[in-house]
Design a protein around this ligand. Structure first.
Ligand SMILES: NC(=O)C1=CN([C@@H]2O[C@H](COP(=O)(O)OP(=O)(O)OC[C@H]3O[C@@H](n4cnc5c(N)ncnc54)[C@H](O)[C@@H]3O)[C@@H](O)[C@H]2O)C=CC1
Ligand SMILES: O=C(O)[C@@H]1CCC=N1
Length: 272
C-alpha cells in the first residue's frame, strides 16, 4: 500500500529514531496533513521539519482523535507514563507501533488493550532510506494492519517480520544497535590511522570514506561480505597481515559476540 493511503498518523516522541522515520515517511509520500507530532521538547531539526511541512504539533496527546496509526518512539524508561497518557486516544481500529527496545507486546497490550499492536525494531539509517526494520505483531494484527506497518517501514529501508517475539532482543542487538558498532569502527580506524602517523583530518577522511564506501559496495553487490573481504585480500599482502590480527581466535569475532550478547541482555532487562 502507498503511504498516501494513511489517513492519520500520530508520532509520540520525535527524537533521533522517531525523527529519522518521520523525515523518510514525509519524503516518500505520507501526507503532511495526516501527521500529528507529539513531543514536549522538539529538537531544532524537528522544529524545522514541523515548520517546513506545516505539521500539527502538540506537547501531549490530550484531546487528539483516535488516529489510524499511532507510533510510539519514546525511551523505554518513559514508556509506562506515555502508555497511560495515550491509552484514551487508541481507538479499536488504531494500529499501534512501538519502536522501543525491550518493551514487550504484553506490556503494550496491558496498557492499551487487545487492538492491533506491532513492535518494530528500526535503525537510524532509516534517515537515508537505508534502514533495517523488523516487526512482530500481536494476535489482532492481520494482513491489513501488517501491510500498513510494512509500508511505513519499507519506505525507510528493508523489512523483515518474525513470529517469535523472543528474538526481538537479539534483533535489537544486531540491527537496532548495529549502526553504532559500524560508526565505532570508523572512529577506531581513524585512531589507528593517527597511530600509524597520518594527520588527524586525513585519518578521519580515510576512515569515514572507507566505511561508507564499503557499506555502499556491500549494498550494491550481490556478493556476500566474506567474498567482498577476500576480494581485497591479496595473498601474503597487507590486508592478509591485518586480517591475521582481526580474525585471530581471540579477536573480533568473540568481541562482537560478547557485545551483541550484552545488548540483548540489556534489552531483556529493559523489559522489566
Ligand atoms: N536511536 C536509535 O538508534 C534507535 C532507537 N530505538 C528506540 O527508539 C526510542 C527512542 O529513542 P531515541 O529516538 O534514540 O531517543 P531520543 O531521546 O532521541 O527521542 C525521544 C523523544 O521522546 C520525547 N519525549 C519524552 N517524553 C515524551 C512524552 N511524554 N511524550 C512525547 N514525547 C516525549 C523526547 O523529547 C525526545 O524527542 C527508544 O525507545 C529506543 O529504544 C529503536 C531503534 C534504534
Ligand atoms: O540503545 C538503545 O537502547 C536503542 C535501541 C537500539 C538502538 N538504540
Amino acid at each position: 500500500m502507498a503511504l498516501s493511503a494513511i489517513s492519520s498518523l500520530v508520532l509520540v516522541g520525535a527524537g533521533k529514531m522517531g525523527g529519522a522515520m518521520l523525515a523518510g515517511w514525509l519524503d516518500r509520500g505520507l501526507p503532511a496533513a495526516a501527521v500529528t507530532l507529539v513531543d514536549p521538547a522538539l529538537g531544532p531539526e524537528m522544529a524545522d521539519l514541523v515548520a517546513r511541512h506545516g505539521l500539527a504539533h502538540a506537547t501531549t496527546v490530550e484531546g487528539l482523535a483516535a488516529p489510524a496509526v499511532l507510533v510510539l518512539a519514546v525511551k523505554p524508561q518513559m514508556m509506562a507514563g506515555v502508555l497511560a497518557a495515550v491509552a484514551p486516544v487508541v481507538g479499536p481500529e488504531t494500529v499501534v507501533v512501538s519502536v522501543a527496545a525491550g518493551t514487550t507486546l504484553a506490556t503494550l497490550g496491558g496498557a492499551l488493550g487487545d487492538g492491533p499492536i506491532v513492535r518494530v525494531m528500526p535503525n537510524t539509517p532509516a534517515q537515508v532510506g537505508q534502514g533495517m526494520s523488523v516487526g512482530v505483531g500481536n494476535a489482532a494484527v492481520g494482513p491489513e494492519q501488517r501491510a500498513v506497518v510494512d509500508a511505513l517501514m519499507r519506505a525507510v529501508g528493508a523489512t523483515a517480520w518474525i513470529d517469535d517475539e523472543g528474538l526481538m532482543d537479539a534483533v535489537t542487538a544486531v540491527s537496532g544497535s548495529g549502526p553504532a558498532y559500524v560508526f565505532l569502527l570508523a572512529e577506531v580506524l581513524a585512531a589507528a590511522g593517527r597511530a600509524a602517523g597520518l594527520p588527524a583530518d586525513l585519518a578521519a577522511l580515510l576512515a569515514r570514506q572507507t566505511v561508507s564506501g564499503a557499506g555502499a559496495l556491500l549494498a550494491a553487490s550481490e556478493l556476500d561480505p566474506a567474498t567482498l573481504r577476500r576480494n581485497v585480500t591479496s595473498p601474503a599482502g597487507t590486508t592478509a597481515a591485518a586480517l591475521a590480527v582481526l580474525m585471530a581466535d581471540d579477536a573480533l569475532q568473540p568481541l562482537m559476540t560478547a557485545a551483541v550478547a550484552a545488548a540483548a541482555k540489556r534489552g531483556r532487562e529493559l523489559a522489566g
